[in-house]
Ligand binder design. Structure first.
Ligand SMILES: Cc1cc2nc3c(=O)[nH]c(=O)nc-3n(C[C@H](O)[C@H](O)[C@H](O)COP(=O)(O)O)c2cc1C
Length: 300
């Protein structure tokens, strides 16, 4: 059921390299003593039906009118966690009003006051957690990025600590793709990290699943590890969970279902992938998502 989301075949395209890495991972079978598996996720004290979440997306009105609310309704119907990226306060308010459990990712705005204000607003909306996509600090020319005219900047460890200390909510760092940043996130007190290259922000970026086992060793189950980038089937999800992810996010692969069928399309894709995940769990003697033995994965 792998969905095709690869946009181009340029040398160094991190999306293509990431796809090839997923496909280089093979799975052995373990049937004896296996049981009907549970794909349930426990996250920040709440229980969800699946470890498959929506990615931190934005500008979903380009996809479908009221796209963010439709996404929220779809995630809620699937009892899945929803993430959201940049957007107006009103959009977050209407998405959280659906009852969906949302993780709000804030951009690394150059002006830290904007960040503190957005953390406070997300708290008022009753989100599950907040975080920052630290991989959006620079453009590809080594300058600080601007996103829709808004200036960004890189953040020091001290600044990240100050964001984390500004809220009682779990604070998640998105865009971790090195052991060095993983160590720094732990030192800062982050309550989760997203291993991601932001759908190919850097050519030749390491595939998230290639670096995942090393980061999982550093994190050592102290905080959840989330993974996104190119996940397009329940089998991809299984590989990520087996190698140390707590949960995964779907980004571009949800765009067509959202455009064509709104909340129902989102719900259907999450549920179908969850069933495919359960199918692999059953055939690998993985009774729940916490008990997937990494040694079932083979490198081709
Ligand atoms: C339309 C669109 C908007 C996005 N907006 C954001 C954003 O505002 N903040 C963020 O952290 N990531 C954003 N992302 C990146 C996704 O969260 C995710 O990291 C990336 O798309 C990789 O997942 P995928 O390969 O499943 O799409 C966006 C992605 C897309 C496709």
């Amino acid at each position: 059921m792998t969905q095709n989301i690869s946009q181009n075949n340029k040398a160094g395209d991190a999306n293509q390299i990431t796809r090839e890495y997923y496909d280089s991972l093979l799975i052995e079978m373990r049937h004896i003593d296996s049981v009907i598996p549970s794909p349930k996720l426990e996250l920040y004290g709440e229980i969800f039906s699946t470890p498959i979440m929506t990615a931190a997306l934005s500008h979903l009105d380009n996809c479908r009118p009221n796209g963010m609310v439709e996404m929220a309704k779809g995630a809620l119907a699937a009892n899945a966690v929803m993430w959201t990226g940049m957007g107006e306060e009103a959009e977050l308010e209407s998405a959280t009003a659906t009852g969906a459990r949302i993780i709000k990712i804030i951009k690394p705005h150059a002006n830290n006051d904007i960040i503190f204000k957005k953390i406070e607003h997300a708290e008022k909306c009753g989100v599950l957690a907040v975080g920052m996509d630290i991989d959006h600090s620079f453009n590809s020319k080594g300058e600080f990025d601007t996103v829709l005219g808004l200036p960004m900047s890189s953040k020091t460890l001290g600044e990240i600590k100050s964001f984390i200390e500004a809220t009682k909510l779990p604070f998640i760092i998105k865009g971790v793709l090195s052991e060095q940043d993983a160590y720094k996130c732990i030192e800062a007190g982050a309550k989760g990290i997203v291993i991601s290259h932001h759908h190919g922000i850097l050519n030749f970026a390491v595939p998230p699943l290639m670096i995942l086992p090393k980061i999982a060793k550093i994190v050592n189950h102290t905080i959840p590890i989330f993974v996104d980038c190119g996940i397009s089937s329940g089998i991809d999800v299984f590989k990520a969970l087996a190698l140390g992810a707590s949960a995964v996010s779907l980004g571009r692969v949800l765009m067509n279902p959202l455009a064509e069928d709104g909340a129902k399309g989102v719900q259907r894709m999450i549920e179908d992938m969850t069933k495919e995940l359960s199918g692999v769990m059953a055939r690998t003697c993985s009774r729940d998502i916490m008990h997937i033995d990494p040694s079932v994965i083979w490198k081709r």
